[in-house]
Design a binder for this molecule. Sequence first.
Ligand SMILES: [Zn+2]
Ligand SMILES: [Zn+2]
Length: 322
Amino acid sequence: MKLMIALVLVLLASQATARTARGSMDVQWNAGAADCAASPQPPLQVHEYEPRTFILRQSPCANFEANFLYLLVGSDRALLIDTGAVADPARMPLAKTVLRLLPERDGARIPLVVTHSHGHQDHRAGDPQFAGLPSVRVVPADPASVQAFFGFDAWPGTGGVDLGDRKVRVVAAPGHHPGQLVFHDDRTGLVFTGDYLLPGRLLVDDAAAYRASTRRVIDFLGDRPVTHVLGGHVEMNVAGELYPHGSHHHPDEHRLQMTRADLLAMPAAFDDFNGFYGRYGDFAISNPIRILWILAIAALAVLLLLVLGSVRALRRWRSRPR
Ligand SMILES: [Zn+2]
Ligand SMILES: [Zn+2]
C-alpha cells in the first residue's frame, strides 16, 4: 500500500514538472573586466529563458553588485522582480529594455508591476526609471506596501500575485533583510531567492529569523515543481572561491542556478552556523556586523598592548642607572 502511494506521488510530481514551461540556462554571463575603463561593455544583458521569462544581468562593470533581475510575463500583466543597483538610465537603460520585452495587447504594452526581493538599495536603485510611466505600478519596498500588494495572510507568511494565466506565490523569508521574499512561479517552476540564497555570501542580519525562514521556505515549496533556484548575485567562481567584495571582474563565474537540494541544505547549515562565518557547499553564511565587532575588539586589544608596552619601556628607560 505504502509503495502504491509513493508511486502515485512520484507520478504526480513528474506530471507537475512536465507541465512547467521548459527553459534554457545555456548562457554566458558578462564577466566584467579587471580594467572596466579599458574594456567598455554593454551594461545590461538579457537572456530569454523561455519566451515569457527573461533574466536580466547588470554588468559587473556597471556596478560590482552585478544584480540578476527577473521579468515574468503573464497574459494580463508582467512582473519585474528587482530593479538593480544603478539608477541612472543613461548608464543602465533598464526601464527602456524591460518595456521593449513586454508583449502588446490592443496596440499597447501589457501592464507591468515592479516589485523587489527585498529593500536593499542594490535591488531597487532602478525604481525611479519606472516612476510615472503609463501602465506601470511600482510596489514600494516597505513592508506594509509589500504585504498589502501580495495579500499576505500574516507576517511572516505567504501571499501571491495572479498575472493572468500565471501565478507567482511568495513567502516571507526574513533574516538577511526583514522584508526578504522568496518567489515561486507556477509557469516555469523557477524559484527566485534574491539574497536569501545565492552562490556566494548569505549575509546574516538576524540569524534566528534566517534559521526559521529556511524551514518556512521548504514547507512553502512542499511538492511544487522546482526547476532552478535563482538568486540576486553570483559571488564565486567555478572552483567555489569567493570574489573579493567590490570586485568588477568575475572570471570563471560559478553558474547562477542552484537546486532544491541547496534549499534543503539550508536548515542544517544554519543549525551549524557559529554566528560569524561558515562555508557550506555552494554558499557561505556570514554575519558581517559581528565580524566587524570582533575585528574592532582585536584592533583595540592590539592598541592596548602597544600602549602598555610603550609605558613599560618608558618607565624602564627613565629608571635606568645614570
Ligand atoms: Zn540584500
Ligand atoms: Zn543584494
